[in-house]
Ligand binder design. Sequence first.
Ligand code: B12
Ligand code: SF4
Length: 544
Amino acid sequence: MKILFVATRKNVNPDHRELYEMQFMTEALGFQRSILDLGILTVAACTPKGVDVQIVDEYFDEVPYDTDADLIALSAKTSCVTHAYAVAARFKAQGKPVVLGGIHASLKPEEALEHVDFVVTGEAELVWPQFVEQFHKGEAPRLTKAEDFPPMAEIPFPDYANLDPGNFLFHQIQTTRGCPFMCRFCSVPDIAGNTFRFKPVERVVQEIRQRPKAGLIRERMKAIYFVDDNFISRTKYTNDLLDALIPLYEGGELEEWSAETTLNVVRDEAMLEKFARAGCSTLIIGFESISEETLLSMNKKVNFCLSYPAAIEKIHKLGMAIVGNFIVGFDTDPISVFRDIRDFVDDNNILYPFYSILTPMPGTKLHDDYVAEDRLDHTDWQYYDTRHVVYEPKLMSREQLMDGYVWLYEQSYASDRALKRLENYWRQYRQTQSSFVQHAFIKWRLRKFMKTGSPRFQHYLKKGWEILKRKDVTTDVGQLLYYYDAAHFCDFLDGYRSPNFAENARLFERAVTVPEGDDSRQVMQWDTSRVKKTEARLSGKQAS
Ligand code: B12
Ligand code: SF4
């Protein structure tokens, strides 16, 4: 028996972009893709021995519709499910049975069954081997539900057998699953459960050691991405893990890495120092909003640990950069939100802001609220990708939300102020300078892009390179390359501007942050008594 696993593309149109795909940067460095689909590689690894496994990643290869496989296995998050259904339809038309698993099918199994022959919900480790055997005997039920979470020690290492490690930039590793917090916009507690589960530290170490290597030079360009929802799940576990990572990093067995954490990471300074010593170069942090009212209305109380600026400063001082996730379009977001976030990012030298449009994903409390209020424009899932507006916001128009999102990216990445932020960051915090060889290599790789993109991008390319030549700052060509990538992404985003973009942009600049007499949206006020006040005010609001 043979199973073909297909990791489907998010965007079927190759001209469409996502910032996290880092298309420009990966191409410049000679990789084909930034990040793989860890889910499908993990399911492939759970397949019983004796079954032939072929994995095709649509980002690297065409889907082989003429395959001799007996079963086609697909995985999809909500925003890619529309295309996954189309791929399934083509296979089904040829009489090939298709099974779909992953996040979207787990949240919407009945819908998925209208498009595929079989659906397997939940984490695959325990149920997939059983499903494959039943399928082999012709006895597989159309819907199989994983009733339990698998023991973390038994999660197999992802199956990289078919994949050339020289083709992808980030090697992904998961150390924990689940999250006990209940942020209204987030699918994680529903999907992965509301308690933390931990992979034994020794198994993580083994997974790091056994990862497929791309050769000496390419391996040095790669980085590890810990995909946990919250890397600082439990202090004891995180400390143990960091203690194990430090010797790996110091011994050259682990390259620089990034991880997602909450802002609480700064609370324990000794632990924060261990992050830096273990090779963490970038912390990915869900700030989500700079308004306490918004955070409370979304139940993101985990962010009320310290003032944002103080927390950011602590991370920067240890030489780590920040990917700051911000969401726009909350009901409490006034039109000034775009300028306020932009200024906050610049003032605090957040190196890599990542902006999303609020999207009520299925399975979240937010989704239930929008359905109850009949506020969703549609459920065409391909647009549930945080890059499209799928509802009418309360304090601005749909068009302004879209323009504000595009404007934020432009301001933060494709403007002179973006390069200024990069320069400020380098001046204040960068400790090591990239080498002459790295500069020369990237310059050589960039030569084919020198005449591409908009005039704005061209100006940016030149200006960035000038800063790199400066002797008075500690520069990093890799970070500049990321800025080029994001500025290139902005060229693509320009296609989403409304005809009123210029007018809206003027409005964003001028908008009043705090309406007179209302200090509830004062930004960066995070002391406990204040939070309590806001909480009481909000519950009063809800009660009335
Ligand atoms: C790492 C990550 C990313 C990475 C890598 C994504 C990728 N292609 O793998 C990047 C940064 C690129 C990313 C991007 C996005 N992400 Co993301 N991401 C995650 C994160 C933190 C971990 C995912 C992961 O690797 N898990 C580890 C693997 C092993 O788990 P898994 O994929 O779920 O697979 C298991 C099961 O689902 C099942 N399974 C999976 N496939 C199959 C197939 C079959 C046949 C079977 C039987 C079973 C099965 O078995 C697997 C093993 O147990 C999750 C949070 C989470 N806990 O899931 C969010 C998450 C998946 N992302 C989310 C979102 C919203 C996005 C973006 C839209 C964000 C954006 N602003 O652009 C994009 C969309 C990406 C896309 N369309 O592919 C949401 C998805 C919600 C939803 N309903 O789809 C999540 C759940 C986060 C959240 N807070 O809600 N993401
Ligand atoms: S947003 Fe982060 S902290 Fe909140 S529930 Fe999701 S994973 Fe947990």
